[in-house]
Design a protein around this ligand. Structure first.
Ligand code: SAH
Ligand code: F3S
Length: 447
């Protein structure tokens, strides 16, 4: 690289996958900015381009390969390509062999990125990567926030990695074992975000309910304690969290949600399947009956709580009767919304090594469509319950469909659209009466 080149220190990060990756990009940006690098506004001016990868399903990897092909000319012109985030060993080897990426950095090694860049810049060889096995929490690194975006909602990771070892999931391998962040840092960071103008924070973790921090007096601070501390310390900020593994969700957390107005009434509770046989094969550690009891408890303690899910069809040995069990569970619960997937075998996982991916693609496709259709029906059913009701909505921006309308979300994380007036702005919390609904949107007017 030519030292006189003014773009030499410019980096750009392209995000794929979940909110956890967005949150990781903010940490990486923060580390690089502190080390004299500057953020490029567009990819073509950057000398170092990071692809923040997602390996959760084969499809995610294929998207990234397509993107790497699209940007190949930038690599040929001398930009360094680095991969961060969630990538499987096989994906890494494939990209390395094809010479698509210059260096890979796992989520425990972000602090080493400046060293790796300078090393790689003069070595000019895709030698090896600096892989730390040691768990890294990034406490004391304030994630970089792009304030020009004028966003009022943001995310903060409170745990990293996962110990659950669901048999289909690659996350414990790509992100490593679970580690919780220091609660003092979390509170300090949430306070900072509030003073920066954010009005809503979503706490992130693969399994937030397993958050724990041993204090000096040996008291173990758990997720319900953390939620309560945040709700009390920053009463004007809305708090959300994701994801809760049904196995680890405690009664205390449900009680704390119901006790504090600023903790939103929404729980994302991935069930994956309604069949006990499949749940066992997935190593999910709860049964359909346990899950239904948990839902009943939530609905009793927080009557207006919305509940969303992740469901996966076509896992190994899933027969029609297992699929019907999932449909039965969905009919019993009638979720507000959900994310639905078709099983994709991931190298290195237990399911990949020991079970057989024996549900044909056309059956996976049909089952997936069936649950998507059913969920749409249930979403509409749930949305109808909001008709003529008053909602507290945080204004997030202009509606994409109509610039004269605001777009925001209510406590239950449902999208609400309504006409603007002269006195409201992004970040205001307003009351909206719902007059019309679709399966995805509540439509109304301010009162
Ligand atoms: N921590 C979350 C899951 C994170 S991954 C939990 O407790 O459930 C997000 C979702 O991706 C999962 O809920 C699952 O539905 C889906 N998923 C994970 N691995 C998958 C795979 N191999 N194939 C298809 N979908 C998968
Ligand atoms: Fe994956 Fe299960 Fe953890 S789905 S992220 S191993 S809770």
């Amino acid at each position: 690289m030519n030292k006189d080149d003014s773009t030499i220190n410019k980096f750009y990060i392209k995000n794929y996958g979940c909110q956890m990756n967005v949150s990781d990009s903010e940490i990486v940006s923060s580390i690089l900015l502190k080390n004299g690098y500057s953020l490029s506004e567009n990819i073509k001016d950057a000398k170092i381009i990071f692809f923040n990868s997602c390996s959760i399903r084969k499809k995610s990897e294929l998207t990234i390969i397509n993107q790497l092909n699209k940007f190949e000319h930038l690599k040929k012109n001398g930009s360094l390509f680095g991969m961060i985030g969630c990538f499987s060993k096989e994906f890494k080897e494939y990209l390395l062999n094809k010479n698509k990426i210059d260096f890979f950095i796992n989520p425990n090694s972000y602090k080493k990125i400046p060293n790796i860049i300078s090393y790689r810049s003069y070595k000019k060889k895709n030698t090896d990567f600096f892989f730390d096995k040691k768990k890294e929490s990034y406490d004391n690194i304030y994630p970089y926030k792009n304030l020009y975006e004028k966003k009022v909602t943001t995310f903060l990771s409170i745990t990293r990695g996962c110990n659950n070892m669901c048999t289909f999931c690659i996350v414990p391998f790509t992100r490593g074992r679970e580690i919780s962040n220091n609660p003092d840092f979390i509170i300090k960071e949430c306070t900072r975000l509030y003073t920066l103008g954010y009005k809503e924070i979503t706490l992130l973790g693969q399994n937030v309910d397993s958050y724990k921090w041993k204090q000096k007096n040996n008291f173990v601070l758990n997720f319900s304690h953390l939620l309560e501390k945040l709700a009390k310390n920053i009463p004007d900020i809305r708090i959300r969290f994701t994801t809760s593994n049904p196995h680890d969700m405690s009664d205390d957390v449900i009680e704390i949600i119901s006790k504090y107005e600023n903790i939103c009434n929404h729980i994302h509770l991935p069930v994956q399947s309604g069949s006990n046989k499949i749940l066992k094969l997935m190593n999910r550690k709860y049964s359909k009956e346990d899950y239904l009891l948990l839902i009943n408890k939530i609905r009793k303690i927080i009557p207006n709580c919305s509940i969303s899910h992740d469901i996966m069809v076509g896992f190994c040995n899933e027969e029609e009767k297992d699929h019907l069990d999932t449909i039965d569970l969905m009919n019993k619960i009638k979720y507000n919304y959900g994310y639905m997937f078709s099983y994709s075998p991931r190298p290195g996982t237990y399911a990949y090594n020991k079970l057989v991916n024996n549900v044909p693609d056309h059956i996976k496709k049909r089952r997936l469509q069936e649950i998507i259709n059913l969920q749409n029906k249930h979403s509409l059913y749930r949305m109808n319950k909001f008709l003529n009701k008053k909602q507290k909505v945080l204004i997030e921006g202009s509606s994409k469909k109509n610039n004269k309308h605001w777009y925001g979300r209510n406590q239950q994380n449902l999208v609400v659209v309504f006409p603007k007036n002269l006195y409201t702005k992004i970040g205001d919390l307003v009351s909206v009466k719902v007059k019309r609904v679709t399966s995805a949107t509540l439509i109304g007017y301010m009162i």
